[in-house]
Design a protein around this ligand. Structure first.
Ligand code: KIV
Ligand code: ZN
Length: 524
């Protein structure tokens, strides 16, 4: 049973399968519609408008199957105030346990005179007949005076009264062209409540389009004026600029319950998955900045904001992202991120770092962030692993690298390497290419003649500014080892990998020397 207008419960009427399916470029198969229908049931919307049966056999079948297979919500079929439309809607819903027929007709001067070429009384008569006919198929009948916000008020009140008299239990007031503004729309609802004598016998619904970006505001304003059903869609999809977005309406009511004093039955944590399903099946991407479900809706990028939410989430967040299905607040690491955000992310990745090490990694992080828009976890892990490797390796650390290469140029490289943590040695060399020249210069500084057995390079994250990871296998006599290095500069990554390999060779050589020295003792 629908709640009365004084109830604090708002009915959520989802029209993703009907109005959103009218979005340019969107079209769903029967299977898609069933999948979305089942998900809408998990989301616990109250009514699913499943289609417009007269419009095609596919729509008829979709309404029929959703009506039969999706349990929970009332399933609604759309129909013009035309007998064959109502029959088709009634047939599609024949075996549905909770059928609703939604019949509509244009009521503004533009629609009456210029589209339908009919008088107000003719249209009123058609509406009454349609509602009466629909009641023959379903107890639950909704009537929409289309383009209500541009209709003459006295005519609107008259047709609404007549539709209720004929048996409509929901009166939907559409802002079909997204023309109204919140205060004006709230006034319209108040006036209808005050001036239509039988209005208490119906639930007032609203259906707002977003042509001026006010669909959600208009819907919320109407609720304050006494409407108790909102027609909406996931991701705000719908004809032209779309409909009121379900997730925004629901979360506004939940987050600002202190203000609205209203509630819905929607299971908020299903919102994100429903939004993603709709986006995927309709092939319409969600804008990153879209409220609630956009990729950036809970992503903090500015250093001050990151510091704030890490100290206390409520500094810059009014909703808990997990409430609507996100895993957590996301801290986007960019050049604006501070040490606090970096340390937090590294801790989440399992790295506990002292202040000195954090400073070093922060420096490298900033270098990378200056080149890349966003630093991903894989980038960070590569930097940290690289730092640890350099640390473990010990003897040699690359401090400076400059290479020259190009067509018609002899490739050359200058490297400066810190040896044993103190001395800095610089060397230049030339080679077949910049990597070869770099390796030659490193050989000279480190006094090794290691042979490169294998060299490979891999992009760690996407894009042309991706971190490159170089793996190099080297041998020196019997000793073999592998070194790794990462950087957005692949020559630098190559140098780091080679220095890493040489450090490992040194370590092994040291161990070998110690074993050789111990051998005579063991022979005793
Ligand atoms: O926008 C509109 O007026 C509609 C009606 C069918 C309710 O979609
Ligand atoms: Zn619409």
């Amino acid at each position: 049973m629908a709640p009365s207008k004084s109830d604090d419960r708002v009915i959520i009427f989802d029209t993703t399968l009907r109005d959103a399916e009218q979005s340019p470029g969107a079209s769903l198969t029967l299977r898609d519609k069933l999948e979305i229908g089942h998900q809408l049931a998990r989301l616990r919307v109250d009514v699913i408008e499943a289609g417009f049966p007269i419009s095609s056999n596919e729509d008829f079948e979709a309404v029929q199957r959703v009506g039969l297979e999706v349990e929970g919500p009332a399933i609604c079929a759309l129909a013009r105030v035309v007998p064959r439309d109502i029959d088709r809607a009634g047939e599609a819903l024949r075996d549905a346990p909770r059928p609703r027929i939604h019949t509509f007709v244009g009521t503004s001067e533009a629609h009456l005179a210029r589209q339908m070429h009919k008088s107000g009384s003719e249209v009123l008569d058609m509406a009454v007949k349609a509602v009466t006919q629909a009641r023959g198929y379903a107890e639950d009948v909704e009537f929409s005076p289309m383009d209500a916000t541009r209709a003459e008020f006295s005519y609107l009140a008259e047709i609404v009264q007549a539709a209720i008299e004929a048996g409509a239990s929901t009166i939907n007031i559409p802002d079909t062209v997204g023309y109204t503004v919140p205060e004006q729309f709230a006034d319209l609802i108040r006036r209808l409540r005050g001036e239509v004598p039988n209005i208490d016998r119906a639930v007032i619904s609203v259906h707002c389009h977003d042509d001026l970006g006010m669909a959600v505001s208009n819907s919320l304003a109407s609720l304050q004026a006494g409407a108790r059903q909102v027609e909406c869609t996931l991701n705000g999809l719908g004809e032209r600029a779309g409909n009121a977005s379900l997730e925004e309406v629901v979360m506004a009511l939940k987050t600002r319950a202190d203000y609205f004093g209203l509630r819905t039955e929607v299971v908020a944590r299903e919102i994100l998955s429903t939004s993603r399903l709709v986006s995927r099946l309709m092939g319409i991407a969600v804008a990153p900045n879209k409220a609630i479900v956009g990729a950036n809706a809970f992503a903090h990028s500015s250093g001050i904001h990151q510091d704030g939410v890490l100290k206390s989430r409520d500094t810059f967040e009014i909703m808990d992202p997990t409430e609507v299905g996100w895993e957590a607040t996301s801290i986007v690491l960019t050049a604006r991120s501070g040490r606090h955000a970096l340390r937090h992310r590294l801790e989440e990745l399992g790295y506990e770092l002292d202040a000195e090490r954090l400073d070093e990694i922060y420096e490298r992080f900033l270098e990378l962030a200056d080149k890349k828009k966003e630093v991903f976890d894989e980038d960070l892990m590569a930097i940290v692993e690289d730092e640890f490797r350099e640390d473990e390796g010990g003897r040699f650390a690359l401090e400076y690298l400059h290479t020259v290469s190009g067509t018609g140029t002899v490739p050359s490289a200058t490297v400066r390497i810190r040896v044993d943590g103190e001395e800095r040695v610089q060397q230049s060399a030339w080679g077949d290419g910049p990597v070869d020249a770099t390796y030659e210069a490193i050989n000279q500084v480190t006094n090794t003649r290691a042979k490169v057995e294998e060299y490979s390079i891999q992009a760690i994250t996407g894009g042309s500014q991706a971190m490159g990871e170089v793996t190099v296998r080297v041998s020196d006599g019997d000793l073999k080892t592998t070194g790794r290095g990462t950087s957005t500069d692949i020559i630098e990554a190559s140098a780091r990998a080679y220095v890493d390999a040489i450090n490992r060779l040194e370590l092994r050589r040291g161990r070998q020397v110690r074993l050789d020295q111990k051998a005579p003792d063991r022979a005793h």
